[in-house]
Design a protein around this ligand. Structure first.
Ligand code: PMP
Length: 436
């Protein structure tokens, strides 16, 4: 199959110094964290080397310049995932902190939400709707909040291939019993790469008067346009999966809503006036940014959004090419790939993230043997234990591709899987023979 994409992966790849430091390595773990292009590293370095001053509180020009840079990145972040005029971005440590923030403020009695979200005015018992496909970051914070505030947790079931397949009357039944105040779903699975069609759930949330949240941790790099078109009340992501650094991410949502919700962490930088017994708080987003922010990482996030925007066409063409090539090549190996069965369930497609099982071989063994061949994949439950249960496994091996990967990388993976099978002498039907 000839390379379909006319985009030059090799020149994009040169922008990632990782490959100079690690020649010969096949990096197939971008769903865990993406590599960082030089422009992102330079932005982090620029702040820490030349502009290393604090923001928001300095009266001197250097501090004001750094504040301007951070505020411009904030505006870029909000525009990258939202078309709403009133959208703002709250900087967090990442997706996980974003969900902890939302779980707190959307279940706190101090938040004033009933004017905007009718489910908060209902007398029915309150509930939160998630799915079995969610990352633990979009489950555990809700469990903690639900226990504290007396909410019921409901889960849309996933099937044995990772698709969301609620029974026809699931939503109607749930809505007749509970006031579903929060619907929080991931647009794209970090396990299967499936891009779920969330439009029906978005519509359901709007009718139910619920807050609709998108876990955009994976979607932000593959399909940011789908986040924008869903127009969620909040979306949550981490910079490090979008070619940015670790240590920063954002919650994007309506500023007027955030102005009326409870505070989360307290401290410096989020107050108007502190008295012995109480304090006044800034408007959003400032009231959610207690303490010194990850300023260099925010600079780098700005560069990451520039990189993703400038390379958007190349990114989707290269990913589409890798998906088609890897689909064909992997099918021929006889391994089980989760989320790839042709399905009657509505999805918006997939990205080249492959969870797989070499029959008869534990995922960790597959990962270790591939590592011996300089191929980096991930093995485990991928922080999705409810999904693993639905898939009927305890772990999968996962290979995830990005804009710097090539068809050669796919070929190396195929050869590596061949070697795993040889070592374990599997017959392709799950029977493992003794390897000598
Ligand atoms: N949600 C999804 C879908 C993810 O893929 C991840 C990261 N694997 C997270 C949430 C959590 O992101 P972080 O660890 O950066 O907070």
């Amino acid at each position: 199959m000839p390379q379909a994409s006319h985009y030059d992966t090799m020149s994009i790849r040169k922008e990632f110094p990782f490959f100079e430091a690690n020649p010969g390595i096949v990096y197939l773990d971008s769903a865990a964290t993406a590599l960082k292009p030089r422009t992102v590293i330079d932005a982090l370095l620029r702040y820490n080397t030349h502009e290393s001053v604090n923001i928001h509180r300095g009266v001197y020009r250097l501090s004001q310049q750094a504040t301007d840079t951070v505020e411009k990145v904030r505006a870029r972040v909000a525009r990258f995932v939202s078309t709403a005029d009133d959208a703002t971005a709250v900087f967090t440590k990442g997706t996980t902190e974003g969900f902890n923030l939302l779980a707190h403020i959307l279940t706190s009695e101090a938040s004033k939400l009933s004017d905007r979200f009718a489910a908060y005015a209902s007398a029915k018992p309150p509930a939160i709707l998630l799915s079995e496909s969610e990352h633990h970051a979009n489950i555990v914070p809700w469990q903690i909040a639900a226990q504290r505030a007396g909410y019921k947790l409901l889960y849309l079931p996933a099937n044995a291939d990772g698709y969301l397949v609620p029974p026809a009357d699931f939503l109607a039944q749930a809505a007749s019993t509970y006031a579903i105040r929060i619907v929080s779903l991931s647009l794209q699975s970090n396990v299967t790469g499936i891009i779920h069609d969330l439009a029906p759930y978005r519509e359901f949330a709007a009718k139910a008067g619920a807050v609709f949240i998108v876990d955009a941790a994976q979607a932000i790099v593959h399909v940011p346009e789908h986040i924008r078109s869903l127009a969620p009340d909040f979306s949550v992501f981490s910079a490090h999966k979008l070619f940015g650094t670790t240590g920063v991410g954002a919650v994007v949502g309506s500023k007027p809503v955030l102005d009326h919700t409870d505070v989360y962490q307290g401290g410096g930088g989020m107050i108007t006036l502190v008295e012995p017994d109480r304090s006044g708080y800034l408007e959003a987003p400032g009231k959610y940014e207690a303490g010194t922010q990850a300023i260099g990482e925010i600079y780098a996030l700005g560069a990451a959004i520039d990189f993703a925007t400038q390379n958007a066409a190349a990114l989707s063409a290269i990913e589409a090419d890798l998906l088609a090539y890897a689909d064909e090549k992997l099918a021929a190996t006889g391994i089980r790939i989760f989320g790839k069965t042709p399905t009657p369930y509505a999805t918006l497609g997939r990205s080249p993230i492959y969870s797989f099982e070499v029959p008869g071989v534990h995922a960790h063994d597959t990962g270790t043997i591939l590592d011996e061949q300089d191929i980096c994949i991930r093995a485990g439950h991928h922080c999705c234990q409810l999904l693993m249960r639905a898939l009927g496994v305890s772990a999968t091996a996962r290979a995830s591709f990005s804009v710097y990967n090539t068809r050669d990388d796919v070929d190396r993976l195929i050869d590596g899987i061949g070697y795993v099978k040889k070592i374990f002498r599997t017959d392709g039907h799950g029977t493992k023979h003794k390897a000598s």
